[in-house]
Design a protein around this ligand. Structure first.
Ligand SMILES: Nc1ncnc2c1ncn2[C@@H]1O[C@H](COP(=O)(O)OP(=O)(O)OP(=O)(O)O)[C@@H](O)[C@H]1O
Ligand code: SF4
Ligand SMILES: [Mg+2]
Length: 363
């Protein structure tokens, strides 16, 4: 992963545009994407104005609580759910504007690795047939070149040739996920979207699969969107991190910036094991951490203004009245940005004003 690739990509949150968008915008350009669903309780906006750009060879980690919209965003990027607004451009092509047939043709350049490998593998197909299937579906190559591509993909993900004729049920969980990854890379994609790729696996296997993804990213120069609950894994794999809350990205920056200097109160709450230089800021992080445990508001009735305000210890009237726009952290040339009215005061230690939220949630 080159520094140029990191610097060359931007990641923003909704409209209005952040202060420091830079060119080039990347192999994957997601702009102001919104996804709505009709539910029994009414219409929800599961993804609300998300923008993110990935450069070739770059991994962006996407984190946030269950239900915040990570999988929906991933599915929208792959055009698997309709978008209410926004655009997804893959290598410069607007996927949403493509006729269905053209979209199918582009799909081999963006692939997905799913959480549950078993659910995504046809139990009647052998390993080699499963891995070769995307090539056949997309009409790529002839029989001989497809066989070579399958063998190469198996080698890249560490599957021995001996398992080529086996069925998924004859494989371990780790091997099944290697098949899932091999299916995703066999079409030579530019972008890999991994949605919780190791959550369903035994802890002992998780590190192996993470290493496979890490090596593939470098070897194939993939842009990778990596969704995970485990923040240590995200930190290990990601060049940049995007933190999602109730359908929006609330903070984004390089992994080192976000993990060592989280600015948004929500991110501060998520990141518990951050080394802090002084006791006072460590105590503030602990307070924020406790508050994240408060109840997640319903998407049917999201809070006015800042969506995090019902759980934020620093919330005031401005937070209830006005949605904070994305704002760049001063010294980071736009690579680190967040949505919070008071982040400067909070960073300076003067933002810890008493709020009703502190009373409600602090133990
Ligand atoms: N097909 C659907 N129809 C209606 N609501 C949906 C649908 N898919 C997702 N949702 C809702 O959209 C919201 C976002 O869900 P999503 O699965 O994207 O969250 P997530 O961040 O991936 O959560 P998790 O970490 O649990 O996987 C949730 O409120 C969910 O119930
Ligand atoms: S805008 Fe207000 S409520 Fe939202 S995170 Fe910042 S201080 Fe908290
Ligand atoms: Mg999900």
């Amino acid at each position: 992963m080159s520094d140029a690739a990191v610097v060359g990509a931007t990641l923003e949150t909704g409209s209005p545009e952040p202060e420091a968008a830079t060119e080039p915008r990347g192999v994957l350009e997601v702009d102001d994407v919104a996804v709505e669903f009709d539910t029994d309780g009414g219409r929800i906006t599961a993804v609300d104005g998300v923008s993110l750009h990935l450069a070739t060879g770059e991994t962006v980690g996407l984190v946030g609580e269950s239900g915040c919209g990570k999988s929906t965003l991933a599915r929208a990027i792959l055009q698997l759910v309709p978008m209410q607004r926004g655009s997804v451009r893959l290598e410069g092509t607007d996927l949403g504007a493509l006729p269905r047939r053209e979209l199918r043709r582009m799909r081999h350049r963006i692939q997905m690795v799913f959480q549950d490998p078993r659910g995504s593998l046809d139990p009647r197909m052998s390993v080699s047939t499963l891995i070769g299937e995307p090539l056949r579906v997309h009409g790529i190559g002839d029989r001989a070149s497809r066989a070579r591509a399958v063998a190469e993909a198996m080698e890249l993900v560490g599957l021995p040739t001996a398992v080529a004729d086996r069925l998924p049920s004859e494989l371990s969980g780790g091997q099944q996920q290697r098949v899932g990854i091999a299916r995703a890379i066999v079409t030579d994609p530019a972008v890999l979207v991994c949605d919780e790729p190791v959550s369903a696996l035994d802890v002992s296997i998780q590190a192996q699969i993470i290493n496979v993804l890490d090596e593939l990213r470098d070897e194939l120069d993939l842009a990778m969107l990596f969704i995970a609950h485990d923040l240590s894994v995200v930190r290990h794999l990601s060049d940049r991190v995007a933190v999602m809350y109730l359908g929006q990205i609330v903070e984004t920056g390089t992994a080192s910036e976000v993990f060592t200097e989280p600015r948004h109160p929500y991110t501060q709450g998520l990141i518990t094991s951050v080394p802090r230089a002084d006791a006072e800021s460590a105590a503030r992080l602990q307070t924020a951490r406790r508050l994240v445990l408060g109840e997640l508001p319903s998407l049917l009735d999201p809070p006015s203004g800042c969506r995090y305000r019902t759980r934020c210890p620093y919330a005031d009237d401005e937070c209830a009245a006005t949605e904070p726009p994305p704002e760049a952290v001063d010294h980071t040339d736009g690579l680190h940005s967040l949505r919070c009215h008071h982040w400067r005061d909070i960073a300076a230690g003067s933002g810890a004003r008493p709020s009703s939220n502190s009373q409600e949630h602090a133990p």
